[in-house]
Design a protein around this ligand. Structure first.
Ligand code: F6P
Length: 334
């Protein structure tokens, strides 16, 4: 391990780092990587607490190497987070800019989801402080990266929970509608559905026949199972697990139906190895990108390689689920 400083040329000397939006396991690993990579290159780092709210309120704290000791394995974010309404206004962003200038912060790493990047992009257009984004959300719904920080841990949390639900569902021959997070997207639902052998998966990306539960569960060569698990993405257009269960109960009054909404437990917990390693790679890459004079871009992972994706694309373009996996889920649940 090199102990000395490897000074890299570049205009930026003091880097601010913040986490914004929904927290995600692995964000701490990313913060740690930002701090230590910046120090490795001879730069100062300032932690900004509570996301954009901290920029507006000057809630800054200098971070040194030991400030990020013993955080790699922790869920949540040591910097705290927020969904900041004031940052949506030009006045709020101007206040934030003035505070960054007074603190001498000349580059920013924003760890968050597409809402956070929308704010970051505007800020970059309005002011002369470059920003590099790191995709941090359990939803995995950001265009331009195969992976977002926290997704893997959330998936594993869902899988553990659904396995437990399966035990009780089988014992009592019940049907369970399990609602998972994912905002407008079905990534968590699709992957956890395959990993738990769900009998059906309901996600917003699927329209038409693929939403016909009766067909999915009881028709064709589908055997009658003792237990049925249906994973429902929270962002589904027909409502969540309760709405689906109610509809189904009306049609099949003899079925013993229960609903479980997994909720915010999906956002917590110690990050998996994948989240720790990928978050470390992305956090470090964000600092390298800033020092290479990049701005208004997100660092992402495509085919296990670090890539830079302009905010304009990451925010605007739609990331679709893998249709082959949908097909596979159908085949494997017969
Ligand atoms: O974006 C992460 C996420 O957990 C989504 O899956 C969910 O829809 C949303 O945040 C919940 O947000 P909040 O914690 O603000 O209720």
């Amino acid at each position: 391990m090199p102990a000395e400083i490897h000074f890299k040329m570049g205009k930026i000397n003091k880097i601010g780092v913040l986490t914004s939006g929904g927290d995600a396991p692995g964000m701490n690993a990313a913060i740690r990587a930002v701090v230590r990579t910046a120090i490795y290159h001879g730069r100062e780092v300032i932690g900004i607490r509570q996301g954009y709210t901290g920029m507006i309120n000057s809630d800054f704290l200098p971070l040194v190497s030991t400030s990020v000791s013993d955080i790699l394995q922790k869920g949540g974010t040591i910097l705290k987070s927020s969904r900041c309404e004031e940052f949506r206004t030009p006045e709020g962003r101007k206040k934030a800019y003035d505070n960054l200038k007074s603190a001498g912060i000349d580059g920013l790493v924003v760890i968050g989801g597409d809402g956070s990047f929308t704010g970051a992009r505007l800020f970059c257009e309005e002011f002369d402080i470059p920003i590099v984004g790191v995709p941090g959300t359990i939803d995995n719904d950001i265009y331009g990266t195969d992976y977002t920080i926290g997704y893997d841990t959330a998936l594993n949390t869902v899988i553990q929970a659904v396995d437990k639900i399966r035990d009780t569902a089988s014992s009592l021959d019940r049907m369970f509608f399990v609602e998972v997070m994912g905002a407008e997207a079905g990534f968590i639902a699709l992957y956890s559905g395959i990993a738990t052998g769900a009998e059906a998966i309901i996600i917003p990306e699927v329209k038409g026949e693929g939403r016909d539960l009766k067909k999915l569960l009881f028709e064709g060569n589908r055997r009658k199972k003792s237990s049925n698990i249906i994973i429902v993405a929270e962002g589904d257009e027909d409502g969540g697990a309760f709405a689906w269960a109610e509809k189904f109960k009306k049609e099949f009054p003899d079925l013993d139906i229960r609903v479980t909404v997994l909720g915010h437990l999906q956002r917590g917990g110690s990050p998996t190895a994948t989240d720790r390693v990928n978050a470390s790679r992305l956090g470090s890459a964000a600092v390298e990108a800033l020092l290479d004079d990049q701005k208004s871009v997100m660092v992402g992972l495509q085919n296990d390689e670090i890539v830079l994706v302009p905010f304009s694309k990451a925010i605007k373009l739609h990331k679709d689920v893998n249709r082959e996996l949908l097909n596979l889920a159908g085949i494997l649940s017969i």
